[in-house]
Design a protein around this ligand. Sequence first.
Ligand code: HEC
Length: 143
Amino acid sequence: MSVGGRRWLPVCLWLVGCCGGPAVAQDRPLAKEEFAPSSVARGRALLANRHESGCVLCHTVPGLPAGGDLGPALAGLAERASAAQIRQRIADPRLLNPQTIMPAYFSTLGLNGVASAYAGRTVLTEQGLEDILAYLLQTTRAP
Ligand code: HEC
């Protein structure tokens, strides 16, 4: 009994390590249990909304009709970047490129000339960021 138990212990630890806590927690620094699970449909609507996100002003996005070309096309994105990297890029692209023209969508630091209605607020909510990420992860893999 105890021998069998010991043999399974590493497997259990591996499963917990890989599929449970730490790995997921690292990839998802935001406290997921505080809001509803992400929604691909909401992410699509947000991405397409020129006022709420403006993403399509600069990017073409798979599955969305029109898009701009100030930023790279997002087709194939999930092939070249992890969820954590994409999340960071959207939250604050200045961390990757201090000169970027892309807005920081989940930061209030160092932003100048912010309209008073938006002062102290992030452009996207945590939920909105996760929804957009869900859509991008689902649609930007190579066919
Ligand atoms: C004003 C134009 C602009 C807007 C608006 C904008 N971006 Fe960007 N984005 C860029 C540029 C330019 C780059 C290229 C990297 C850089 O210069 O920082 C980029 C890079 C990216 C990348 C990395 C692409 C790659 O190929 O690795 C992602 C992902 C991204 N943007 C997502 C978004 C999302 C999602 C939104 C909306 C929430 C958005 N962007 C809004 C201009 C923009």
